[in-house]
Ligand binder design. Structure first.
Ligand code: C2E
Ligand code: MG
Ligand code: MG
Length: 704
């Protein structure tokens, strides 16, 4: 009989409270254990060494040395790393639970103990702990025990062959019930066999338990995941306990994906990009390398979303993400796995790419150029065709910033500079005054202050009739004057003002100032120069534009014919009926309406027919392309021809060369505007150059 009692697993209880110990002894004996009792932490360690128990139960509040310290000490003893240790405590707050698990407890159980639940926990813990000391004794009795458990057991010979296989009741079993298993290749794929061999070697050499995770594909492409715990067994054999962890693994993967990957494109997100960048910086420090961040923003992407909806927008973003990945693979910064190294979607239409180990900045330029070229190819999606160009900002560690956050921020600043330079371009970060200003700005507050303090200014750019070279109008463009006399361009602060809602007061100010200016010029020079004011879509929808416009004209004493509004296609696409009503009201009151940046917003000319528009401005990007590509020329010619048919005035913006003028002239374009004649300039200068002469000023600005 004593033999039988010896074979029963052993529990050591360390507790100083006699009443609690006797209750526990009864419960644990009921579970089939023998029990040894000790009173304090030091004795608990000694009992562990002496008895090699199957389980240690420690009260956290032990005398001499508390239960947590005892737990940590046992973990450091031979065989202690695989021991099953339960910590009991009267406290169950987060700190003590954390402390218990940090000390290496296998389980934490609050007191008073719920004994039936405790029994289950101990049984499952014993299985999972991997310490099958009690099973080392005879294989035959063990087999009975093992058979009763749901997990799969594999006994490996000292030479690695499978000497016993107990299939268990896994959801995705490693072998069928009648399958003979003699070697690992009967149950495992090659990759897992390698991991198992290493684990078995470790157990044999160190006489210690270990655990590994592995995957098996049962059905085409769908893996199940398992955990195997390896423990030393009789006769230099190794016992592997296999538990299925597919659910846990999938949950982990899902959480990881959500936390670190962008759900739309599957690319790493901002969070994981930061981590990756941090890692690259650390490595670069060791190697004396540099790390560059390319900040990529799609020009005018918002319009695709606004005009065609998010589903189309998402489709385009996906196509762009694929192209970007393609542009990096095979170039600098590539990696051997499928995820392009260092590429991430930061949100919306913003991407970033981190590159290290490059020779010089020329390499970065050519990578950025390659990206631009690839992105510029038309994207076809659901019968639509889009041309999406990127603006790319580049900053380099350690030259431009010495940490992840600043590196990203400066690449972003450089990207804005690229946009200012006319979009579709690449810009390296440089610490110029304007950028420094941008940096330090808490832009939102500063913009409010700018409005109050009169830091905003309008500059004016002339428009000419192409057939007669007469001045026919002027566009008002807002500028933010800085203390040092430099200006922040509208592309930097208008989008922000739109987001914060400040576009409404800002737009009011622009309208009032422009109307007053037009009236003042009329009175002073006797010439009616129609002033065009840009209206953003937020302004159109967030305020009563009709009232604002009429009030501005009234205050200035100006006739409505002195004012033109420049609208973008995104305005027209939103609430069509309301838009038409507002536009008709304005038009009936004598204000002219022009469609700005035409061709970038994907609305067709025939669609425009529904709106009471007077004029159409061909987007600068097409005018720029006139000489470069047949495509550009064809688009300009088509826009001009069709506007003719619709009875619209056509204005070409961004005219910079005489060749462009000749092309536009030969195609009968009505009006032109561009740096070739004048940049936007302050009101005084404008009057001096263009209003004091009565003759048509066909003077090309040679300084540009
Ligand atoms: P936009 O209305 O299309 O204005 C034309 C832009 O092209 C202006 O940039 C102008 O300076 C620039 N430009 C004109 N001719 C040439 C040229 O020959 N070559 C080049 N490279 N550029 C040329 P700016 O002033 O930076 O304004 C950018 C945009 O900001 C404007 O585009 C407009 O959408 C917006 N914006 C400007 N002022 C206001 C405003 O008061 N209210 C609103 N809502 N938006 C404004
Ligand atoms: Mg405009
Ligand atoms: Mg424009």
């Amino acid at each position: 009989m004593s033999n039988t009692s010896k074979r029963r697993p052993l529990a050591v209880i360390a507790d100083h409270d006699a009443a609690s110990v006797s209750r526990m002894r009864l419960a644990i004996e009921d579970l089939g254990f023998r029990v040894e009792e000790v009173e304090n932490g030091v004795m608990a360690c000694a009992a562990f060494v002496e008895h090699e128990p199957d389980i240690m139960i420690l009260n956290a509040q032990l005398p001499i040395q508390d239960g947590l310290k005892t737990c940590a000490d046992i973990r450091r003893l031979p065989g202690g790393d695989a021991a099953a240790i339960v910590v009991l405590s009267e406290r169950d707050d987060v700190e003590i639970v954390d402390a218990a698990y940090s000390a290496g407890a296998t389980e934490f159980v609050p007191m008073p103990v719920n004994w039936p639940a405790f029994g289950y926990r101990i049984r499952s813990m014993l299985r999972a702990s991997g310490d099958y000391a009690s099973m080392r004794r005879t294989e035959a009795t063990n087999k009975v025990l093992l058979n009763a458990m749901p997990d799969t057991f594999v006994v490996l010979d000292s030479d690695g062959a499978v000497s016993d296989f107990i299939p268990g009741k896994l959801e995705h079993p490693l072998a069928g019930p009648s399958q003979r298993v003699t070697c690992l290749s009967d149950i495992l794929p090659t990759k897992a066999i390698k991991v198992w061999r290493e684990a078995r070697r470790f157990v044999n050499e160190k006489n210690q338990a270990t655990r590994v995770e592995f995957a098996v594909e049962h059905r085409e492409g769908v893996p199940s995941y398992y955990e195997a715990r390896f423990v030393p067994y009789v006769d230099r054999k190794t016992l592997a306990l296999v538990t299925e962890i597919t659910d846990r693994k999938l949950a982990e993967q899902r959480i990881r994906r959500l936390a670190f990957f962008d759900t739309l494109t599957g690319l790493p997100n901002r969070q994981s990009f930061r981590l990756q960048l941090g890692g690259m910086i650390t490595e670069a420090d060791e190697e004396g390398d540099k790390v560059a961040v390319l900040y990529i923003d799609l020009d005018n992407f918002k319009r695709i979303n606004d005009t065609l909806g998010h589903t189309v927008g998402d489709g385009v973003i996906n196509a762009i993400a694929e192209r970007l990945s393609g542009s990096i693979r095979g170039g600098q910064g590539s990696s051997d796995d499928d995820t392009p190294f260092g590429l991430a979607r930061l949100g919306g239409d913003e991407f970033a790419c981190a590159i290290s180990g490059f020779e010089d900045e020329g390499v970065l330029s050519s990578i950025a150029d390659r990206m631009s070229q690839l992105l510029r190819q038309p994207v076809r999606y659901e019968g639509h065709e889009f041309v999406v160009t990127p603006s790319i900002g580049i900053s380099v560690y350690p030259d431009d910033a010495d940490n992840v956050e600043d590196l990203l921020k400066n690449a972003d600043v450089a990207m804005y500079q690229a946009k200012d330079a006319g979009r579709d371009s690449v810009h390296f970060y440089s610490d110029t005054l304007a950028i420094r200003n941008l940096h330090g700005l808490a832009l939102e507050n500063d913009l409010r202050r700018a409005l109050d303090n009169g830091e905003l200014e309008l500059h004016y750019q002339p428009k000419f009739q192409l057939s007669t070279w007469e001045l026919v109008g002027v566009e008002a463009l807002v500028r933010w004057r800085q203390g040092d006399g430099s200006y922040i361009p509208p592309s930097t602060f208008i989008p922000m003002a739109e987001k914060s809602g400040q576009i409404v007061p800002l737009g009011d100010w622009v309208l009032r100032t422009a109307c007053k200016q037009a009236r003042e010029w009329q009175l002073k020079y006797g010439r009616s120069t129609r002033v065009a004011v840009n209206i953003s879509s937020q302004q159109f929808y967030q305020s009563d534009l009709k009232e604002t416009v009429m009030k501005a004209l009234f205050e200035a004493g100006a006739k409505p014919s002195l004012l033109q509004l420049e609208l973008t296609e995104s305005i027209l696409m939103r609430d069509i009926d309301k838009t038409i009503a507002t536009l008709e009201y304005l038009k009936n009151n004598g204000i002219t309406l022009a469609m700005d940046d035409f061709g970038t917003g994907y609305s067709s000319l025939s669609y425009l027919r529904r709106f009471p528009i007077d004029a159409l401005k061909i987007d600068r990007s097409f005018v720029m392309d006139l000489e470069e590509s047949e495509h550009g020329a064809a688009i300009c010619a088509a826009i001009i021809a069709m506007s003719r048919q619709l009875g619209l005035t056509v204005i070409a913006e961004g005219v910079e060369t005489e060749e462009q003028v000749m092309f536009l002239q030969s195609h009968d374009c009505d009006q032109i505007q561009g740096y070739l004649f004048s940049k936007p300039i302050p009101a005084g200068e404008f009057a001096k150059r263009f209003l004091t002469t009565t003759k048509a000023p066909l003077k090309i600005d040679k300084s540009l």
